[in-house]
Design a binder for this molecule. Structure first.
Ligand SMILES: *[C@@H]1O[C@H](CO)[C@@H](O)[C@H](O)[C@H]1NC(C)=O
Ligand SMILES: *[C@@H]1O[C@H](CO)[C@@H](O)[C@H](O)[C@H]1NC(C)=O
Ligand SMILES: *[C@@H]1O[C@H](CO)[C@@H](O)[C@H](O)[C@H]1NC(C)=O
Ligand SMILES: *[C@@H]1O[C@H](CO)[C@@H](O)[C@H](O)[C@H]1NC(C)=O
Ligand SMILES: *[C@@H]1O[C@H](CO)[C@@H](O)[C@H](O)[C@H]1NC(C)=O
Ligand SMILES: *[C@@H]1O[C@H](CO)[C@@H](O)[C@H](O)[C@H]1NC(C)=O
Ligand SMILES: *[C@@H]1O[C@H](CO)[C@@H](O)[C@H](O)[C@H]1NC(C)=O
Ligand SMILES: *[C@@H]1O[C@H](CO)[C@@H](O)[C@H](O)[C@H]1NC(C)=O
Ligand SMILES: *[C@@H]1O[C@H](CO)[C@@H](O)[C@H](O)[C@H]1NC(C)=O
Ligand SMILES: *[C@@H]1O[C@H](CO)[C@@H](O)[C@H](O)[C@H]1NC(C)=O
Ligand SMILES: *[C@@H]1O[C@H](CO)[C@@H](O)[C@H](O)[C@H]1NC(C)=O
Ligand SMILES: *[C@@H]1O[C@H](CO)[C@@H](O)[C@H](O)[C@H]1NC(C)=O
Length: 632
């Protein structure tokens, strides 16, 4: 009993002492609740303590706690440090501010560490910090079910699998569809996650997403995200985004015509394309409805629902059908489209050419064609001529020689751009020669060379003959003939005059030129402006004409004077110069040539000035161009 009493009192003392020591401790230790550190890095665990003034600590102990057991791993007594634990030897240290450091932390270091401060009579104080170890997991890898997923699948199909390796503590995985998270539910989505602890102590998390899909999910994008904590913060890493191959049946079928323009024309390349909205696309069957009393269908060979008509013909018009049978839904689908090929054919002009008419006849042409729509007719003379009329018929009354030519009929199909044709017919109006003439009186000087021009229009082409011989130059322009006769003026010619005659099968026509000796006095050949003496050296064409005449007159005067002086003196020179600038010693024979043109007043565009016809070279300048306009 006594022994037991003594033992009991001893225990009581001990408890009392411990209680007094703890209860009366003046040492306060302040520590962080947790410290976080990444695997392999150095953990820093601060330990602050306060001791009443002017005292110092006696020792500091560091323990770790494992299953309620304390293991001392470091202590300091009188500035001497000791590392009694094998596991931590060489990895631990204490800094001047009593911060405890553990380098190269391992997963086993995820423990509670105790800092105990002893200060002799003042007692012992302690506090503790939990060390958390973190390890960033590897980025998640996603693997989509690439076999394709039918929308009609009965059990929930597997969409994709996501894996994130070697994290600590265990991360978790979240699934996303088009950016929105997916949660497990009873009917549509099922997520199966597994966590594996690797031999290293790190965790690998794996998650499989099962979900029902719809046809809209062909465009959905899925991804997974791994979440973990690092140094007190929530972190995430996402996988790449993947899309699915979704199988669904064809619901809608379309048959579309592709052509260069909305209105199909003969000769266009036309493509008929049948498309169903199923995946995979169904087998298409293209048919054409054969019109008739008993409409029947003709199979067309088309590849993948595409039929190309390279040069479409009007016979290709009609109704086309596309059919498909969907194996999933066991349904027949059909769609159709009408192709209308515009055409223009059978263009003809009646009467057929060439058409021979007499002057004054009526020209009546009819143009006709067949087309898929109403036609527009346009008549032109020559293809690029101006518009003569519209409508099927063209009527020209009282045709003349000028009416001859090609008449073209242009046909276009209304409302179909680019579908037009044209045809032309040649019309010849027969006419007896007509000499266009106005001036017949030609002022001349004896012995000079004069060129006479005779213009005749007729069909068939006329022949022009002259009443006298001379140098003849001809020019033919369609049904118009021009003939130039160059002769020397002789007294006989002055008397007889010259006649040109134009002849064809239908008759003939003549024109008489009367040659008249020019008087020496200046008569105004052109208007009234040249009647005035030329004082200034005018460079206009009229003034030059006057100069020419003046020079000729001078020459004549000199000739007469010369003859008189020859008998009186042996040599003599008499100046003659109206303007004071012309020299009479010029070689003058060449100046004696005059061109007279007889023009048609019907052809104003050809009206011009008479000009020197011969090709002789003259001194450049005043004598190079000579004109006499005989029109009034
Ligand atoms: C441990 O330290 C914290 C922070 O300073 C403090 O709030 C707490 O009271 C301390 N615990 C003990 C038992 O001293
Ligand atoms: C320890 O003391 C320092 C300085 O007074 C202070 O900055 C720090 O926050 C303290 N640490 C703890 C865990 O109380
Ligand atoms: C505590 O440590 C002692 C030796 O240090 C050991 O014998 C005992 O089994 C440990 N207790 C537990 C619960 O680990
Ligand atoms: C794991 O996911 C849950 C929600 O399901 C979340 O509350 C938790 O914070 C996540 N864990 C981590 C470590 O991110
Ligand atoms: C995913 O979608 C993109 C564009 O939306 C496409 O280019 C790609 O081929 C698709 N991938 C799969 C596997 O369907
Ligand atoms: C099929 O076509 C109908 C009518 O054009 C339309 O309402 C429907 O949304 C289409 N279905 C699909 C799957 O495109
Ligand atoms: C297509 O043609 C068929 C006969 O070939 C006709 O019955 C149907 O009305 C046409 N459809 C359209 C849209 O023109
Ligand atoms: C036909 O034309 C000619 C010449 O242009 C004219 O003289 C004649 O009067 C015209 N006749 C009729 C019927 O118009
Ligand atoms: C009329 O057309 C023919 C052939 O198209 C052509 O040879 C001829 O020169 C044309 N005639 C006229 C006057 O343009
Ligand atoms: C000019 O035409 C006439 C008939 O029209 C012919 O006799 C003559 O030989 C032609 N002269 C020349 C140079 O062509
Ligand atoms: C006839 O004379 C005129 C005026 O000089 C000239 O323009 C034309 O070229 C000549 N014609 C021929 C065929 O020589
Ligand atoms: C020339 O004649 C026109 C009309 O023909 C007249 O107006 C003008 O005054 C005349 N000039 C002279 C200089 O006589």
């Amino acid at each position: 009993m006594a022994l037991s009493g003594a033992a009991g009192s001893l225990l009581g003392w001990g408890l009392l002492f411990w209680g007094a020591t703890v209860g009366a401790s003046k040492v306060e230790v302040s520590m962080l609740e947790t410290v976080e550190v990444e695997l392999g890095q150095t953990a820093r665990i601060p330990c602050n303590f306060s001791i009443p003034a002017e005292s110092n600590y006696a020792y500091i102990n560091w323990f770790y706690i494992h299953k309620n057991n304390r293991t001392k791993i470091y202590y300091m007594v009188r500035d001497q440090a000791f590392e009694p634990d094998r596991e931590y030897k060489g990895r631990v240290a204490m800094e001047n501010d009593f911060t405890f450091t553990i380098s190269r932390v391992t997963l086993q270091d995820a423990r509670t560490f105790v800092c105990q401060v002893g200060a002799g009579s003042l007692g012992v104080g302690e506090n503790r910090t939990k060390l958390h170890i973190y390890k960033t997991p590897e980025p998640p890898e996603i693997q989509v079910n690439d076999a394709g997923i039918p929308v009609t699948s009965k059990e929930i199909p597997k969409i994709a699998e996501c894996i994130s390796k070697n994290g600590f503590p265990a991360p978790n995985i979240t699934w996303y569809k088009n950016g929105s998270p997916l949660w497990q539910d009873d009917t549509q989505v099922s997520i199966l996650s597994t966590l594996t602890k690797e031999s290293s102590g790190l965790y690998t998390v794996r998650s499989i997403l099962f979900a029902h899909v719809s046809r809209e999910d062909r465009q959905s994008r899925f991804h997974c995200e791994v979440s973990y904590r690092l140094l007190g913060a929530d972190q995430t890493a996402t996988s790449e985004k993947v899309n699915l191959t979704v199988f669904y049946s064809t619901e809608n079928l379309t048959l579309v015509i592709h052509s260069p323009q909305p209105q199909v024309r003969e000769g266009d390349e036309v493509t008929l394309r049948c498309e169903g909205d199923g995946n995979p696309p169904p087998e298409y069957n293209l048919l054409k409805v054969q019109e008739g009393a008993q409409p029947e269908e003709k199979d067309l060979t088309a590849s993948n629902g595409v039929l190309i008509l390279r040069k479409v013909k009007k016979e290709d018009s009609g109704r086309y059908l596309c059919r498909t049978f969907d194996l999933d839904s066991m349904m027949n689908l059909e769609t159709g489209v009408n192709l209308s090929v515009n055409y223009l054919e059978g263009l003809k002009i009646t009467p057929e050419g060439p058409i021979q008419l007499q002057q004054g006849d009526v020209l009546a042409l009819t143009c006709d064609a067949r087309g898929s729509r109403p036609l527009e007719f346009r008549w032109k003379k020559e293809k690029k001529g101006k518009l003569l009329g519209t409508g099927k018929q063209l009527k020209l009354s009282n045709v003349t020689l000028e009416s001859s030519g090609n008449y073209s009929c242009e046909v276009a199909v209304t409302g179909v751009p680019g579908l037009s044709r044209s045809k032309q017919v040649y019309v010849a109006v027969h006419a007896k020669p007509q000499i266009s003439s106005k001036d017949s009186l030609v002022p001349v000087q004896p012995n000079e060379l004069v060129t006479l021009m005779c213009k005749a229009a007729a069909f068939p082409e006329p022949k022009i003959t002259w009443s006298i011989n001379g140098k003849v130059q001809n020019h033919t322009d369609r049904h118009r003939v021009i003939s130039n006769l160059t002769v020397q003026v002789t007294p006989d010619l002055l008397q007889s005059g010259v006649t040109c005659t134009a002849t064809n099968e239908l008759g003939n026509s003549s024109h008489q030129f009367t040659l008249k000796r020019r008087t020496t006095t200046m008569s105004p050949p052109i208007g009234n402006t040249t009647a005035e003496p030329i004082k200034k050296e005018q460079k206009t064409q009229e003034s030059k004409g006057v100069i020419i005449v003046a020079v000729i007159v001078c020459i004549l005067v000199i000739a007469v004077l010369g003859a008189v002086l020859y008998f009186l003196h042996k040599k003599g020179k008499i100046p003659c110069n109206r303007t004071g600038k012309q020299d009479i010693t010029r070689p003058d024979a060449r100046k004696d040539e005059i061109v007279v043109e007889v023009k048609s007043d019907k052809l104003p565009e050809e009206a011009g000035l008479l000009q020197g016809a011969n090709g002789e070279k003259r001194p450049a300048g005043d004598q190079a161009e000579k004109y006499i306009d005989l029109r009034n």
